[in-house]
Write a protein that binds this ligand. Structure first.
Ligand code: AOF
Ligand code: ZN
Length: 363
């Protein structure tokens, strides 16, 4: 196998950790001799062994071998000891590294340590492909707020429901399956109270080997119904209501059902989303999938908390001025005030199109 093939194998291994390592990165490692794989490992669970040590653990004789690892090996002690120690002790001769680790405790020091010890290090090998594994980690480790993905499923004319409010289903099965894969990647799903009242969603991850994100409702006035599916299942899947209401009686009623209340100060009468993101960051939540509704989407864009947007477009049109648009609120006034999106990507799921963008940061 070529060096690129071996690194791509490490990338595939890294993905096996999806949904189970947050807020850590996805990392894969391959050990090879003469282009043949002799051991492999990946970071499988938060707090457990790192990819490099998992690969070394199953390797009989790593001396003189080459390692392909998707992320710069760590050189600090966190929940696990430094991977650089394990690499040095193993007698590995050469390491191909994909991404740099922006964790301030590592950030170049891991690579330097290996080089200083006389190991041949190839930096930035298939960097873009390795970087694509960890947009969440790269954002969270430096910003300390979650990476927010806004997900929209709409018709070709930008509607998310008919004029009568019907929305099941707009996109096809392949798209909806992909949404569940994104749910698995994220530590939390967040919706607005309007979506809870209209759809009574469960917000679970329904694919094989699932990992359920925690659920967050932005509910400024504490209107979440006690009999809603989210509340009824709150003891099974952690459920948070972010509110600026001071109705302690309602709050206690929800708490008695297992719901956690997050008291968040208001911003123009609604939950201050920037404050909420800082709070979630402190709780170790590295990613949030924002799944509606239109009002919350607009507020999130306005608050500048969104990093990435996914728009699924179904080959249908609903029409109607009163039919819900994907993004509501007041909206911008002048064209120059538009929220700017970058790095457009297109893919297809069945007959639907998925558009993805990063949101340009404004300061
Ligand atoms: C690696 N290989 O597989 C991972 C790394 O608390 P700990 O000990 O698990 O450390 C977490 C940090 O280690 C994390 O923030 C990131 O910088 C790095 N993750 N490093 O060499 C791995 N998962
Ligand atoms: Zn490590």
């Amino acid at each position: 196998m070529t060096d690129a093939e071996l690194m791509r194998h490490a990338i595939a291994l890294a993905k096996r950790g999806t949904g189970f390592v947050n807020p850590n990165p996805l990392v894969g490692a391959v050990l090879a001799r003469d282009g043949q794989i002799i051991a492999e490992g990946w970071h499988a669970k938060y707090g457990d062994l790192h990819a490099e040590r998992n690969a070394l653990k199953v390797c009989d004789d790593p001396r003189g071998a080459v390692m392909y690892v998707t992320l710069e090996p760590c050189c600090h002690t966190g929940k696990q000891p430094p991977c650089t120690d394990a690499i040095l002790q193993s007698g590995i001769r050469k390491v191909f590294v994909g991404s740099d680790d922006p964790n301030p405790q590592v950030a170049g020091k891991g690579l330097k340590l290996l080089e200083d010890a006389g190991i041949e290090v190839v930096r930035g090998f298939l960097k873009d492909e390795c970087d694509a594994l960890n947009p969440i980690f790269f954002h969270y480790i430096t910003a300390r707020t979650p990476y927010v993905i806004m997900k929209i499923a709409m018709t070709a004319d930008g509607k998310t429901a008919t004029r009568a409010g019907f929305s099941k289903w707009i996109t096809g099965e392949a798209s909806r399956r992909h949404v569940h894969e994104t749910r698995k990647r994220c530590a939390a799903i967040m919706v607005g109270i309007g979506t809870v009242l209209a759809d009574d969603p469960t917000l679970t991850c329904r694919i094989e080997n699932p990992s359920d994100p925690i659920r967050i409702v932005c509910d400024s006035n504490l209107q979440t119904p006690i009999e809603s599916k989210l509340v009824v299942t709150a003891r099974e899947i952690p459920t948070y209501i972010a509110t600026c209401s001071i109705d302690r009686r309602k709050a206690e009623l929800l708490e008695s059902k297992g719901v956690h209340i997050l008291e968040i100060p208001p911003d123009e009468g609604h939950v201050d989303l920037r404050f909420l993101m800082r709070r979630l960051g402190e709780m170790g939540i590295d990613s949030v999938l924002l799944e509606g509704g239109a009002a919350l989407h607009e507020a999130a864009l306005r608050a500048g908390i969104v990093q990435h947007i996914q728009v699924y477009i179904a080959p249908k049109m609903f029409g109607g001025v009163s039919a819900k648009p994907a993004v509501g609120g007041l909206g911008v006034y002048g064209v120059e005030e538009a929220y700017q999106l970058t790095s457009p990507e297109i893919s297809r799921y069945g007959d639907d199109i998925l558009l993805e963008y990063d949101v340009k940061e404004v300061r």
